[in-house]
Ligand binder design. Sequence first.
Ligand code: SF4
Length: 99
Amino acid sequence: MTAAVEMPRVEECVVAACSYNDTGDCHAFAITIGSPDHAHCHTFVEMPAIRGGVDGMTAQVGACQRADCRHNEQLECHAPGIRVGPDNDMADCMTYDER
Ligand code: SF4
């Protein structure tokens, strides 16, 4: 049996255009971060007619492909929490910290 591991929370996301965003909070169940060249949020989606996610839920980081981030171990994030906002792209992990 494997022990349950708590995933890092998305403490803040300022990308208001995303369908999962409601007043600075991400309501997706879990998000995926990472692209070959930057810490992009792959869960970001702009669908103005659809409100995504679960009310009352705060998103967690389900997976992260940025192996070069000091918070990353085996493609999982171990930061206490992350913030998402515009950086290289419209929605990136702002907590990314190159080793
Ligand atoms: S803090 Fe680092 S490991 Fe965690 S989601 Fe952001 S880029 Fe990935």
